[in-house]
Design a protein around this ligand. Structure first.
Ligand code: JCQ
Length: 239
């Protein structure tokens, strides 16, 4: 999968995509990540990428020339997605859709905004990572790359599965424990060391249900409430 990033902070993005599973995906050739510097497509001596808004007002707006010049020079893969708080929300389902493409591109704007002609004539889609305002789209773009990249076949090792995790069945993830079985007087739940695998599975589901009920009632409602089996599980483990 090819992912192109159009940014005024290419060093930051390049460094960030070089670490962890995404970095290994790039090294192994499964991910083809190409970071482009919008400043290199400027034609003036000061390498100007932004200018004051027509009509007045605070802040600076990303100029169209560097963006369209870069698109003409590179022909980055479509869809070209603009990262901004006015976009459609990023969800695991959106990440899954993007992971099935051969490629896509991410345009990082600044919080003051970009010239509307970029959105009207170059951008195919706008995605938001949440109802929060960042100083720039770079961290949002990295969030998309990480969420999508790990779903691309060959990026995660065999040991890691993407099917048994939070959101894949609409519940938050159950608590995990590792050695030692006792740490500073805090014991691992006995069920996890009992060897009763069926009971472990039921306990995990009960814990996931309890956590989701406490923190994300919206997710419970989206599943149509608690089933009889769900309620039985909560009772079985006093969750
Ligand atoms: C992305 N969620 C938040 C780009 C405008 C008006 O503020 C803007 C901010 C950005 C940077 O991206 C985000 C963002 N998803 O803040 C354009």
């Amino acid at each position: 999968m090819r992912i192109d990033v159009l940014t005024i902070f290419p060093d930051f993005v390049q460094t960030a995509v070089g670490v962890g599973v995404i970095g290994r995906g790039a090294t192994s050739g499964v991910l083809d990540l190409r970071v482009h510097d919008l400043r290199r497509e400027t034609t003036d001596v000061h390498q100007t990428v932004d200018a004051a808004p027509f009509g007045g007002g605070a802040g600076m707006v990303l100029k169209p020339e560097p963006v369209f010049n870069l698109i003409d020079a590179v022909e980055p893969p479509r869809p070209l997605i603009y990262m901004g708080p006015a976009g459609r929300p990023l969800t695991q389902a959106v990440a899954q859709e993007l992971s099935e493409l051969d490629g896509f591109s991410l345009l990082c704007g600044r919080y003051e905004g970009v010239d509307q002609r970029i959105l009207d004539h170059a951008v195919d889609d706008v995605i938001s990572i949440g109802d929060v305002v960042l100083a720039g789209g770079e961290v949002a773009a990295l969030t998309v790359i990480e969420a999508v990249g790990r779903l691309v076949p060959g990026v995660l090792g065999n040991a890691s599965s993407t099917s048994d995790e939070s959101f894949s069945d609409g519940l938050l993830e159950y608590p995990q424990y590792t050695r030692p079985a006792e740490f500073r007087g805090w014991d691992v739940p006995a069920v996890l060391t009992s060897g009763d695998h069926a009971r472990v599975e039921r306990w995990r589901r009960a814990q996931a249900l309890r956590l989701t009920l406490d923190r994300r009632m919206d997710l419970i409602e989206a599943r149509g409430g608690l089933s009889d089996a769900d309620q039985d599980l909560l009772l079985e483990f006093d969750a």
